[in-house]
Structures are given as structure tokens and as C-alpha cells.
Design a protein around this ligand. Structure first.
Ligand code: HEM
Length: 451
């Protein structure tokens, strides 16, 4: 009988073991560039990789493979979402009970729900970190120029980040418990603070004046069909653009460097026959235009690393899902307002800004929701989107961590990221009833639920 080790080692010439499919396990080790290229052509899953990649761009410490981890989490969300789709009932009378059944009755239902929940939270984190990495390495800039449009991929990325946040937000409501109901109430209330059109925008979002059946079905369709579909299409385009831009920006950096280095002439040919006549040996010196080849075959160099990242992401989510129980509070009740009512964690920095920009002069209050909840984040997203065109640093700083001429903008960007983080932590752990500040060791006052 063939052992697993034997299967992995078998060369293409070794006769096949009876009853074992030759591709049951990954056993491909190309012996030449030709074989490596053929693997891409003949395997459907490998088609989206180029046959050759720039070796330095595979470094773990360049991209941390955060884009690949985000994609793996998206895949996990789709796969774990399918069984949930079959068991969940999108009706205000039955939604809560169907989630309770998934959690307590369906075999391994709790685990599938936990995998879905943890992947959703981790995806927000991974995509945000991916954006930070792309910004800090200036990977939205073109290095070699021809045919590149990295700025465009950055803009697509910003849209993907917003879609990821909205995908997570729409999923938040589905369990139809108190946590879900009030988090979505706080989130959508921010929209209603836009002057004139605010209430209409909120109505459009939730399908009426209050959060009820029309909201649930709207969020359900957005969450299960429209947003994942849009994200899937944009992801395919995102990856196509990475290829059209010549791989990761790190490759550009090396290419620009190579172009700038004068290539010293090397001895090419010595005419010894002439030397016999004159006692000397004239040598022709030429300048080679070929840069040293730093490329490697995508199979197996890139595919092996991608497989490690995907499997490690799956393993991490499995472990966390087994260890962290998914919350399910009391069924949603529009008449009982929890105090404090908090938005989902990734919007808490906005909730914090909204509170901090609310100005009270005596009994007069200027509501900060418009400034903190709409103007500031709107400005931030606009600035983020157009930043590649405002960044005037040299092409040499593309695809490099902390280059000198991007020091100021990187420092400003990191300060902004830190501010968002601090506000998120304050919102998560240090805000109590009436959004007052409490240290973690301080007890909250007893406040009866508002009915
Ligand atoms: C669902 C969300 C996203 C997924 C699944 C995703 C996936 C990927 C993958 C797999 C790569 C290849 C390299 C890597 O692993 O880093 C990549 C590169 C890239 N991504 Fe994303 N991405 C997402 C969101 C974003 C966002 C939010 C931005 C920025 C606003 C962005 C901008 C870019 C750029 C500019 C590159 C090229 C990087 C370079 O050349 O070094 N992506 N993305």
C-alpha cells in the first residue's frame, strides 16, 4: 500500500499505486521552469498566478501576506455562511429562535456560527492592517511606470474596505437579539444626522422609520447576496490589477534601482590571434543590459507560501471558534434600551468622536453626530481615496518600508491610526452608562433599564 510519504515523493515516472488517485495529495515538484509554467496552464486553480514572480516580493516581512489572509477569511465566511443560510429564518418572529437552534440544537451548529463570527471580526482587522501596510510601503504608487495603475487598485481597495465593514454591520442585526438591535439602532442613527436628507437616508437603509421586518429582510439580502457578490467581483478585479501592475510594488523598487545603477562594462571577448602578432591580447568590453534574474517560478515558491498562509488562517479561526463562545442576548426589544447602547466595535471610534464633538452650552446642545459621524469620516475616506495623487515622493520609495522621503506622511498616517485605535479601546472598555468614562476597575452604577 502506498504511504502518504511515498505519495508525496513519487516522481512522475513511478508507476501509480493501485486504487490511489495520483492527485489525491499535492505531489508536484517541477524539475524545470518549463514544468513549473505548464503547471499553471494545466491547473484551473493556479491559473490566476503568473508563471514567474519576483523573489523579494515573496518575503514574509514585506507584505505579511495580509491580503492573502483577508482572502482566506472571505473564503471561510462564504463556506461557513452556506449552512447558516439553510438554517436561519429571516423573520422577526423566528430569527432569534432559529439562531438559538443553530447554537444549541444543530450538531456543531455553535462551531459553524463561531467560525463565521470570528472570521468576520478577523477580516475587518486583516483588511485594515493590509491597508496600513500598503500605505506605509507606498505600494499605491507606480514604480516603473509603463502600463501600471496602482492608484486605481488602491481606490478599489478603499471600496473593498467599506464593503467589508458594511458586510459585517448587516450581519450584526441578523440574530435579532438586544445586542444586534441596539448596535444597529446606534449605527443607523448616525446617518439620520445629515442635514435635510439624513432621515430619508436612514429610512432608505432600514426600510421604514423603525427597525423591524423590512430592515431585517433588507439587511439579510444585502448580507447574503449583494455585498458578498460585489466583494467577490472586486476581489477578482483587485488581483487582476496586481498582475497587470507587474506583481507587488516591491518588484518595482528593485527594478527602479537596477535602472539607476550604471552597469559596469565587462570583458566580453579576447582576440588572442591579434595578440600573437603584436604581443598583446586586445579585449572587447561590453555593457550588459540584462539585470540579474531575481525571479522564481510561482509553482512552488508562491503557491507553497500562499497555502501556508491560508491553512494557518483556517487553523487560527478553528482554534478561536472552539475557545470563544458566540454571544446571544435576550430577544430584541424596541422598548427596552440598554445603557450604554454601543455600536459594533469597528464603529466605536466614530461613536466616541460623535460624543466628543457634541457641544453643550448650558441647556443648549449642538449635536456632534453630523460633524463626528458624517463630516469627519467623510473627509477621512475622501482623503484616503485621493492620497496616491497627493503623494509626491519619488518612485524609488515605492514598495519599501519607511523610506526617508515618506517619513512625514507615514508618521502622520500612523498618528491617525493610533488615534482611531485609542478611541476604539476607550469605546470598548472605558465607557459605561450615559457614555460616562469608567476605569475598568470602577463599578458601574445600578441603572434600571429604560422602558
Ligand atoms: C477584502 C479586502 C481585500 C483583499 C481580499 C485583498 C487582497 C489582496 C491580495 C491577496 C494582494 C496581494 C498581496 C498581499 O497579500 O498583500 C493585495 C495587494 C494589494 N492590495 Fe489588497 N485586498 C483587500 C483590500 C485592500 C484595501 C482595503 C486596500 C487599500 C485601500 C488594498 C490595496 C492593495 C494594493 C495597492 C495592493 C498591491 C500591493 C503591493 O503592490 O505591494 N487592498 N490585496
Amino acid at each position: 500500500m502506498a504511504t502518504i510519504k511515498g505519495l508525496l515523493k513519487r516522481s512522475p515516472d513511478t508507476p501509480e499505486a493501485p486504487g490511489v488517485h495520483p492527485q489525491a495529495l499535492w505531489s508536484f515538484r517541477p524539475r524545470s521552469d518549463r514544468e513549473a509554467g505548464d503547471a499553471i496552464v494545466s491547473n484551473l486553480l493556479l491559473h490566476w498566478f503568473p508563471s514567474k514572480v519576483y523573489k523579494p516580493s515573496l518575503d514574509w516581512s514585506y507584505s505579511f501576506w495580509l491580503g492573502t489572509a483577508s482572502a482566506a477569511l472571505f473564503l471561510l465566511l462564504v463556506v461557513s455562511g452556506l449552512p447558516l443560510l439553510m438554517l436561519y429564518v429571516p423573520s422577526v418572529e423566528r430569527a432569534y429562535q432559529s439562531v438559538k437552534d443553530i447554537e444549541y440544537v444543530v450538531t456543531f451548529g455553535w462551531w459553524i456560527r463561531a467560525v463565521h463570527r470570528i472570521s468576520a471580526h478577523l477580516m475587518v482587522v486583516a483588511v485594515a492592517l493590509h491597508l496600513v501596510r500598503v500605505f506605509l510601503t507606498g505600494a499605491y504608487k507606480n514604480g516603473v511606470g509603463q502600463g501600471q495603475c496602482r492608484e486605481w487598485n488602491w481606490v478599489i481597495g478603499v471600496v473593498m474596505l467599506l464593503l467589508t465593514l458594511f458586510l459585517s454591520f448587516t450581519g450584526y442585526l441578523l440574530p435579532w437579539d438586544q445586542l444586534a438591535f441596539w448596535a444597529v439602532t446606534v449605527g443607523t442613527n448616525i446617518a439620520s444626522s445629515i442635514p435635510w436628507i439624513g432621515p430619508t437616508v436612514r429610512e432608505l437603509l432600514i426600510g421604514g422609520r423603525t427597525i423591524e421586518q423590512a430592515t431585517l429582510i433588507r439587511f439579510y439580502v444585502l448580507h447574503c447576496i449583494m455585498l458578498p457578490g460585489a466583494l467577490g467581483v472586486l476581489f477578482a478585479y483587485h488581483m487582476w490589477r496586481v498582475r497587470k501592475d507587474g506583481g507587488l510594488a516591491k518588484a518595482d523598487h528593485e527594478a527602479v534601482l537596477a535602472n539607476q545603477q550604471p552597469v559596469p562594462p565587462v570583458a566580453s571577448k579576447t582576440y588572442t590571434l591579434l595578440g600573437v602578432a603584436r604581443g598583446t591580447a586586445p579585449t572587447v568590453k561590453v555593457t550588459s543590459v540584462e539585470a540579474p534574474d531575481l525571479t522564481v517560478s510561482a509553482v512552488p515558491d508562491l503557491t507553497r507560501r500562499a497555502a501556508i498562509v491560508v491553512l494557518a488562517t483556517f487553523a487560527l479561526v478553528s482554534i478561536l471558534a472552539s475557545a470563544i463562545p458566540s454571544p446571544l442576548e435576550e430577544p430584541a426589544n424596541a422598548l427596552v434600551t440598554p445603557n450604554p447602547a454601543k455600536a459594533p466595535w469597528y464603529f466605536l471610534w466614530l461613536q466616541e468622536i460623535v460624543t466628543d464633538t457634541t457641544i453643550r452650552i448650558g441647556s443648549f446642545t449642538i449635536n456632534g453626530a453630523f460633524l463626528g459621524g458624517v463630516i469627519l469620516p467623510g473627509l477621512l475616506i475622501t482623503l484616503l481615496t485621493v492620497w496616491p495623487w497627493l503623494d509626491r515622493s519619488s518612485a524609488l520609495s515605492t514598495g519599501r518600508w519607511f523610506p526617508k522621503d515618506r517619513r512625514t506622511q507615514n508618521a502622520m498616517f500612523l498618528a491617525l491610526v493610533l488615534l482611531v485605535l485609542v478611541f476604539t479601546v476607550i469605546g470598548m472598555f472605558l465607557r459605561g452608562p450615559y457614555w460616562n468614562f469608567y476605569w475598568p476597575w470602577e463599578a458601574w452604577p445600578e441603572i434600571p433599564a429604560r422602558i
